[in-house]
Design a protein around this ligand. Sequence first.
Ligand code: HEM
Length: 506
Amino acid sequence: MAILGYAEILVAFFCFLFLWHWRWNRDSPIINWPVVGMLPALLRNASNVHEFVTHALKHYGGTFEFKGPWFTNMNFVITSDPMNIHQIMSRNFSNYTKGPEFREIFEPLGDGIFNSDSDSWKHQRKLIHSLIKNSQFELFLKQVVQDKVEKGLVPVLDRVSSLGIEVNLQDVFQRFTFDNICLMVLGFDTNCLSIEFPNVAYEKAFDQIEESVFSRHIVPESIWKLQRWLQLGEEKKLSKAWKVLDQFVYNCISSKREELSKDTTQKSKEANFDLLTAYIEQDGGAETVGFTKFSNKFLRDAAFNLMLAGRDTVSAGLTWLLWLVATHPSVEAKIVEEIRDHLLVNNEIKWGIDELNKLVYLHGAICESLRLFPSVPFEHKYAVQSDILPSGHRISPSTRLLYSAYTMGRMEGIWGGDCLEFKPERWISEQGRIVHVPSYKFIAFNAGPRTCLGKDMSFIQMKIVASSIIWNYRVQVVEGHPVLPSISIILHMKHGLKVRVTRRDL
Ligand code: HEM
């Protein structure tokens, strides 16, 4: 009887706690329950998390603290306030690192740039910067993209156009960018984009790794670690995919070392300006025994990080851009006009770097698309020491922070009352130049010292691909096809982008 009495008292106490919390929190979009914290609200809205977070951030004035269940280490501060972002990304940069949890979650990235802080990060950034910003690399990139468009993309679109069948443009872009990034980073053509739509094991492995890494964001740490130890579920899939991808990348590294040791002529070096070649050339060719610098493991991590950086970001960006253009005929017409004015030679498109720079309207359309649908919708940070954010929020050491790029693109305070509209014009000044928006407001390419190193090359790629498609074809979204953002580390479309394309008669 006495035991029953205690149980009843305990139940009554918890009922009181829940009611008390509900009463105090009923007007807020997220109720912070005892024991489970705000997790129920997050799970209830998981399929719509970006809109949910945007709604909550607007309600709380741009910043709030998410409370996870007790004892789970799921608490974090989330913000979309540009002044907070400026503080985190630039003004107090050294205080906000990737942190130990990011490294664990993104374990397959090894010691590459995304997973690094302080000296290791500085060293890698300098190295990548010197390779990517080389004018020879820019020309190599333009040539690689142009070849893939002419020999991969156009034949595929011609075929689906002549057969009158639907095609998933997102899948086409995923294949296109995988081929492209492998050519640029590894100097190897994976030929994923061809009319047969082949099933390429390492491309699928790449997708699986991203999925599993995302799953580590939503499953409590203790659970995914247990699954990893027992090799169950998502963690089992991750291990398998990781092996497949490693095998592919290590094979490319060995072949490249062999190829370079045999052929040392200047001509072949100029023809192969992929990043792996550039790394190995810097090191004199041989694998360094012992410590990292250019060991095969170092090259594997560097290559994988660049592949992750430059593949899905571009394909997601292209998918949203083409959808927005296809559903905004006046924008489409202006882009066609601009291509006619700047790229046409003897009725054919020619992509020179200078000509691509003249495509101001298309540039504005790409920025606008990335504003509304940033390829990386959330970013992580970890506070080393205490700080006070401009919004007044106190940050204690070891606090995890997230910022939502998706929300930032939808804030009236930054973009005005028409922030939900797709308007490339907002990026163009009266003088016909691109309007500069500080990166802590337009955050799609990150901000401060860790700004994306591939921004310029992304614009080159996206302009070549978009101009080729928009000039040559009319893209029509299949009627009734649902267009929704996926819930992942990259903002893909949940159901892909089903379209029909028809050759444009110009
Ligand atoms: C539309 C295309 C792209 C978008 C939206 C984009 C966006 C971003 C973002 C948000 C970050 C910060 C990630 C983080 O710190 O966790 C980043 C970093 C980076 N991006 Fe990009 N990216 C794009 C394309 C590329 C391409 C094509 C490359 C080249 C391979 C590239 C190379 C990098 C590198 C190396 C970093 C790390 C910078 C650092 O930590 O110092 N990105 N990018």
